[in-house]
Ligand binder design. Structure first.
Ligand code: C2E
Ligand code: MG
Ligand code: MG
Ligand code: MG
Length: 288
């Protein structure tokens, strides 16, 4: 009897594993189909300059609405794309879309595109970005590339080499989610980032933690000395904004100013933001 029960348990366990594997495979197939039909969308979140109060860039953030499961988080489908070999194709597609959308924006506004570490592996990235810019007709200096620190643990020299080339072509390179993960200050010895994006976790706690505030201050100081702007991401409250301004952050981004919005909406917002010479977004007003 015990033997039989054991056997059943094993069968049940296997069935559970089978289902998990099947679910994953199904989602992967759905993602492949979505990529093939150009079905992954982009939302854009503005980034404001502290100095001028104006929007100086907008970050492109991938969005997938699954036909039956609804919205799937980018963390989930980007890592699925990375694991299933879809990331190069998806990355190219999103880059092309972001550049095409940005062509309609005022020329002082840049578009920021997030890159997966895996997009640096094949070796063809620099050439592909170049031809996208050429085909779309967007100047290289309108494009910002956001890379994470996780990037660096893969093949450091190869990756920095490609980033160097991209920067040489006129693109800005930003280090994203700075201060979490595999942070190493030695990256700054090997590569000149244009901007540092301080991870949201420090912004979240800046009003309650002296440590967070000290870290933000130090990153700003480092940025000043190395000629890098410092962007605070995930700013949600006026209190956080006040402290970040006090620390000397050069750029702010977060729900306090705007959530990520559709391409049409950002185009209208940008037209309004730069419509009159002296109109600027008031840093103290919520809900742009
Ligand atoms: P990230 O690049 O660090 O993007 C910032 C994330 O914080 C976005 O989440 C954004 O919607 C969210 N955020 C911004 N301001 C606030 C705020 O005030 N409060 C809160 N609670 N959240 C805020 P999202 O869009 O879910 O993206 C998550 C991550 O997925 C991104 O982090 C990025 O690592 C990755 N991702 C998104 N789109 C792409 C893409 O096109 N390519 C790649 N490779 N990764 C992407
Ligand atoms: Mg980012
Ligand atoms: Mg970030
Ligand atoms: Mg992040």
């Amino acid at each position: 009897r015990a033997k039989r029960q054991g056997k059943n348990t094993v069968c049940f366990f296997n069935a559970g594993m089978d289902r998990a594997v099947r679910d994953r495979r199904t989602l992967e197939n759905d993602l492949r189909r979505a990529v093939e039909s150009d079905g992954i969308a982009l939302a854009y979140q503005p980034v404001l300059s502290v100095e001028t109060g104006q929007i100086t860039s907008a970050e492109a953030l991938a969005r997938w609405t699954h036909p039956s499961r609804g919205a799937i988080s980018p963390e989930t489908f980007i890592s699925l794309a990375e694991e299933s070999g879809l990331i190069d194709r998806l990355g190219d597609q999103l880059l092309r879309r972001a550049c095409t959308d940005a062509r309609d924006w005022p020329s002082h506004v840049r578009v920021a595109v997030n890159l997966s570490p895996l997009q640096f592996v094949s070796g063809g990235l620099v050439g592909r970005i170049r031809s996208v810019l050429e085909e779309v007709g967007l100047e290289a200096d309108r494009l910002q590339l956001e890379v994470t620190e996780g990037l660096m643990i893969r093949d450091v020299e190869r990756t920095f080499g490609q980033l160097e080339q991209l920067r040489g072509l006129g693109m800005q390179v930003l280090i994203d989610d700075f201060g979490v993960g595999y942070s190493s200050l030695s990256y700054f010895q090997r590569f000149s980032f244009d901007k540092v994006k301080i991870d949201k976790s420090f912004v979240d706690t800046i009003a309650t933690s002296h440590t967070s505030r000290a870290i933000v201050q130090s990153v700003v100081e480092l940025g000043r000395k190395l000629g890098m702007g410092v962007v605070a991401e995930g700013v949600e409250t006026e209190e956080q904004m006040r402290l970040l301004l006090e620390c000397g952050c050069t750029h702010l981004q977060g729900y306090l100013f705007s959530r990520p919005i559709a391409a049409d909406a950002i185009r209208h917002l940008l037209a309004r933001d730069s419509g009159s010479a002296d109109h600027t977004v008031d840093l103290a007003t919520t809900g742009v």
